[in-house]
Design a protein around this ligand. Structure first.
Ligand code: HEM
Length: 119
């Protein structure tokens, strides 16, 4: 294992592909799709990619709000949180992300649960 998680995920191109796939899955996921119905899919893909790139050791591109502020008032529950993790796993498998990298990404997401659920 060498390099930052950002590099091991394929740098900006690789992360853009994974993040784009992840957002497509959210829109099509019957458990959470309605949450995103009023969002612009392409701009959400861009923000998600910037968030991933910044959080995995790449250039610091994310200028959005912190996770509590973004999800405040949405009252997201545990099942919805799990649905997002399922989509993350599927997006990484579809993009042939390595085992070690999948573990690291899932851990990072899981560690944000308290900032997302029940806000
Ligand atoms: C670790 C898990 C999660 C992470 C890292 C995450 C991250 C993000 C990011 C970076 C944004 C974009 C913020 C911006 O536009 O500046 C966002 C927006 C959003 N997230 Fe999450 N999210 C997570 C879980 C969830 C869950 C479980 C749901 C509900 C199913 C959810 C629903 C939303 C919605 C609806 C928006 C759009 C808010 C808006 O633009 O009004 N998120 N999230």
């Amino acid at each position: 294992m060498t390099g930052t998680l950002y590099e091991r995920l394929g740098s900006s191109d690789g992360i853009q592909r994974i993040a784009g796939d992840l957002i497509d899955r959210h829109f099509e996921n019957p458990q959470i799709g309605r949450r995103f119905a009023d969002c612009d899919r392409e701009s959400l893909k861009e923000v998600a990619a910037k968030f991933f790139i910044s959080g995995t050791g790449g250039p610091n591109l994310y200028e959005g709000k912190d996770m509590v502020s973004v999800h405040r008032g949405l009252n997201i529950n545990n099942d919805e949180f799990m649905a997002v993790l399922d989509d993350a796993m599927s997006a990484m498998e579809a993009n042939k992300v390595g085992q070690r990298e999948k573990e690291e990404v899932l851990y990072i997401f899981f560690s944000m649960k308290g900032q997302v659920v029940g806000q």
